[in-house]
Design a protein around this ligand. Structure first.
Ligand code: GUN
Length: 287
């Protein structure tokens, strides 16, 4: 029987600690500030943005929201990003993805000041993660690290298999596990004998976007299984990339969907905002 990793509980404990950091920075005249920009009326994005706003309120982080119409031009969006780059009250800038098709995501993400890039999507921050010299971590991989830490399972020397190679999750996740001295394998849609490779994993991280893709036959007994998926099953019910009912009896630890990785990501965004304010304070002090 696998132990269920409770993302809500880990996230709540993490936020309690963050609240103290926010209070300390605020006392020093550097209340962390986050700007969230959303373009168009994607419903899922709307929900995420509202949750971010609530998290800021809960922690005492100053927040601004910019809800722009779907017809906003790339130039207008870049102007806003530029203004936010120059605002001392704003330490973190998040442009909610996806953007409407007429706006080039890459151009917009690269326009964000890397010191305010709380998503860690800017190539400069991606490069820093590669060499292990980073302040911001992308929110989902950072949340997964906290979940693994909460189990007390040591990472060093373990076989870690990451299924999925996205820039947002799979690739940075693999790099972070490597920094912690795991032996890392990245699998993807063209991987041969995927089940066999996955079965080698002491730590299996699944971010492939296919409902219930990982069954019991792909999991080593006792493995720590992290499910990043947010999918719908055949009945339209929310589920992950891992078949929880089938895998739970085999796994040592397992994250549920919902209630596993999901609750962690916004907490990590808050953490990055706090880090950005700390960086601004260091810069102000000239250290
Ligand atoms: N849309 C869905 N997830 C994310 C995220 O982590 N960051 C941004 N900017 N947009 C998203």
């Amino acid at each position: 029987m696998g132990i269920r990793i409770d993302g809500k509980a880990v996230s709540a404990a993490f936020r309690e600690k963050l609240k103290e950091d926010v209070a300390r920075l605020t006392e020093q005249g550097m209340q962390p500030g986050l700007a969230v920009v959303i373009v168009g009326d994607d419903q899922a994005s709307r929900v995420y943005v509202n949750n971010k706003k609530k998290a800021c309120q809960q922690l005492g982080i100053y927040s601004e929201e910019y809800a722009l119409p779907g017809e906003t031009t790339e130039e207008e969006l870049l102007e806003l990003v530029n203004r936010l780059n120059n605002r001392s009250q704003i330490h973190g800038i998040l442009v909610q993805l996806p953007l409407p098709r007429h706006i080039r995501e890459k151009v917009v993400l690269e326009a964000i000041d890397p010191r305010k890039d709380v998503d860690a999507f800017h190539p400069q921050n991606v490069g820093r993660i590669m060499i292990g010299d980073y302040r911001f971590l992308p929110c989902t991989p950072a949340g997964i690290l906290e979940l693994i830490r909460s189990t007390g399972v040591p990472v060093e020397g373990k076989e870690c298999v990451v299924i999925g190679r996205s820039n947002i999750v799979g690739k940075p996740m693999a790099m972070l596990m490597l920094h912690q001295n795991a032996t890392v394998t990245i699998c993807h849609s063209r991987t041969k004998n995927l089940a066999e490779v996955a079965r080698r994993a002491d730590i299996l991280i699944v971010a492939i976007g296919k409902a219930k893709f990982v069954g019991a036959d792909m999991v080593k007994p006792g493995a720590l299984v992290i499910d990043v998926g947010m999918d719908r099953d055949e009945n339209g019910k929310l589920c992950g990339d891992v078949d929880y009912e089938a895998v739970e009896p085999v796994a040592g630890y397992i994250t549920p969907v919902p209630g596993g990785v999901g609750p962690m990501t916004i907490s990590m965004l808050m953490k990055n905002t706090v880090t950005a304010a700390e960086m601004a304070l260091e810069a102000a002090k000239g250290c």
